[in-house]
Every structure is written in C-alpha cells, then in structure tokens.
Write a protein that binds this ligand. Sequence first.
Ligand code: F0G
Length: 458
Amino acid sequence: MQVEHQLRCTGCGRVIAQEALKEDFRCPECSHLYEVEYPAWSASSAADTSASKRNLPNPSALRWLWKERRTSLELKDQSGIWRFRDLLPILKDEANIVTLREGNTPLYELPRAARSIGVERVYAKHQGMNPTGSFKDAGMTTALSVAHERGFSWVACASTGNTSAAMAAYAARAGMRSLVLIPEGKIAWGKLSQSLDYGALTCQLRTDFDGCVRVLAEVVRRAPVFLLNSVNPYRVEGQKTPAFEIAESLDWQLPDHLIVPGGNLANCSALGKGFLEMKLLGLTDRVPRISVIQAEGANPLYRSMQENGGKELTPVEADTRASAIRIGNPASWRKAVRILEATGGWVEQVNEAEIALAKAEIGAEGIGCEPASAVTLAGLKKLVAQGHVQPSESVVLLLTGHTLKDSDYTIRYHRGDLLTEEEIAPLRPEIESTRRNTVELDADVDQVLRALEKAVQP
Ligand code: F0G
C-alpha cells in the first residue's frame, strides 16, 4: 500500500499537500520550515490508535526486511538510505531513485576516548564514509530523487563545501545540472575540486555562507531551480536514516546519548525525527538524548538557549576554523529546539583549541574526521564534566565529514602553527602529546634509525 505524505509547518502547524510547497520551502503564513508527515502513522489521525488498526508496518518484519536487503543486488537495496524506504515513502515511483550507494556507514567504537573521558562506551557513527565524503549524501539522494521525479533540470545550493560536492555528484548521476554558491576563499579546496569535477556551475560569491543563502533564496524565486539546502524537507527525510542504522548496528539497543555538531542544525532535526518515528512505529521503546555542540565563534543556538531558552534566535557573525559550521543564521533552529526539548538533550559550545585537540584524538584512534565533526568529542568532555552524561552511559558521536577534507588544518595542527599561543595555553600538555610533525632527513639509513630510536624512547 502506498503511504501518502503531507507537509506540516513547524511554526504555525498548518498542513499542506506536497504540490502546494513553495520554491523556498517556507510557509507563506509564518515563514517557518515544513516537515514531511505521514498521516497514516500518526496516532492522532485514527480514532482507534492500536498499531494494527493504524495500518502500521510490523516492526519485526521491518527489521528482518532491512537486514535481508543488505544481501540484495538491487541498487535501491544496496543504498543504506533506500534500504529503509518503507519509512521514507516520498516518491511516487521508485524508478526515480538517484543513488550512489550511500549510507551503510560504520559505527566505530572509540575505546581510548571512552577510557580517558570516563564513559562506558563511546561510538562514532562515521557519516564521512559516504561516497562524496560527508553526511550530506544521505539527504541528497532523497531530495535529488524528488527533484528528478518532478522533472527539474537544475538544482542549486549554497554551501560551506560538503553540500555542494554532494549535490553536484548526485545531479551528475541523474543527468541534471547544478548551481553552487560558495563563500569566496572560505571552503576547502578538495570540496571545490569535487564540485568542479562533477560539472557544477560553481559561483564563488564575495560574502559568507549566510550571504550565499540570502542570494540563493532570491534566485530560486526567479529561476526554475530546485533548492537543495537543508530547508528542503526531503533532505531531512534521508538524513533521518542514520538513526535507523545506529539502532540496527546496536541490535536495537539504543545509546543513551547522541551528540551532533551544530551548523545549520539539520542533523539534530533529522536524526531526532528518525528516532521519534522509530518509537512511534514500535521499533524501539525510547529515544536517546540528542545534544548539539557548536563552535564558540559560531554559536547562535547556544546563545539562544542561554538567553531565552530557545524562544528566539539572534544571528551572529560566524567565525571558526571549522569551516563547515561557520554559520551564523541556522535555518533549522526551531526544528532543533523542538528535538532538544523532546529528547532532553543539551547545547554546548567548544573553543578552537578544544576542537583541534579532539580532532587529533579521533585521528589517533585510526578514524579521523573533519574539524566540524570533532566538536562532538570536545562537547562530550564538557557534558561529562557537567554531569549530563553519566559514566555508565553509552554515547554515539556523529562524525559528519571525512578526515581528508581540511588537510591543511590537520597539517598545521601537527606542525604547530594552527592555534595561537593564547589558544593553546590551557591545553598545552594534551595538545603537545598529540602532535606528530614530519621529520625532515637526508636519504640516509642512520638518520632514519636515529629517528626511530628517538620515537621508541618513553
Ligand atoms: N558537519 C559538516 C562536516 C558539515 O558540512 C556541516 C554543514 C555541518 C556539520 C553542520 O550540519 O546543518 O546539520 O548542523 N555543512 C553545510 C554545507 C552547511 O554547505 O556543506 P547541520
């Protein structure tokens, strides 16, 4: 049976049919964002709320089916997003799926981090292990498939790097064109190179990310392009599926906490939606607490929670070396506040030295991630110190991007010229013990042996 979807405004609650969605994905009444909703599943839509009367999918059958699909040769089964398509029925025809076999990303244990922080279990859900190197692929496959089904030839996004690479790749797969707006000089070279290679029309604007978003909002009103930033509710649908994967990887025993980086705040909203839907459908009986960590220099949500409990958000001029989350006016902040409230999570901020150290520590576990992802480990240390995370609890950190993204940043950290003396001071011993600079030598065996001897000394 085809499950229909509709869209509910997260501000005023008004419900619209999918055809009525405006090109900027904002509610014409209150300008807030929409969320995809499946009326067949919602308890309030049926007089008899028992699962069988609501025609809900059977949880055990779903778990079995999703596992079975991992051995299938069909593309839509091999995708770690569309494998869960029963919980994202957004297409009229599955032939419109555009996939690069994204998802199915690893959940790694971080035993050294767990030991040094004093928490029972710490895991990293590594979304950087997606085809274009970031979590964006999970939402891009769904939203771009919708664009494809609706007959668009062009898609567009503003980006700090990862979204543009993901969008350009999926558009290229579908034979569509893509328009990328990026802040000039402020995105990682690797990301820019991906966007060019995948054939996007790439415009570097003399502004920041928030400025690119403002320009694009006007462009989509004037040109027939499908907007693929995370304001697009179909992006969120794909991005909720790592919640299903996390549950599946832990044999349906949920972690106590999920910690995500906070930029535009789509991950918090999407994963929260995923966990809440799993509970609603009886796949799990609770949800983890979802907490958001922001960089101190790009902390509008943190400030909003401190100043007014998340009722209003004042944009900030964003500044952090973690380029992916250099965002001062996050689009999905209201959705994120609702998830924080629904799951009982917290918002914290971390400084530049804390981020850099955490990134090196994640690297030292043989995993690695981009700077923006490392805020999660830095934030976990604070949540433990504040007593929000207990030693007996389990924690999943969402690593959003691949370690090869900001290689400059990593090399400068190890060389010792990333952070200022003032930034390093409070964490000097920890930072110095994680730094591994290259050793410059002649092509001489004795010199290499001496370097080796020095390294093995305690
Ligand atoms: N981590 C990485 C690696 C990102 O690329 C981004 C956002 C975020 C975290 C923030 O995610 O919106 O869920 O809070 N990058 C966007 C881009 C803006 O254009 O690639 P969020």
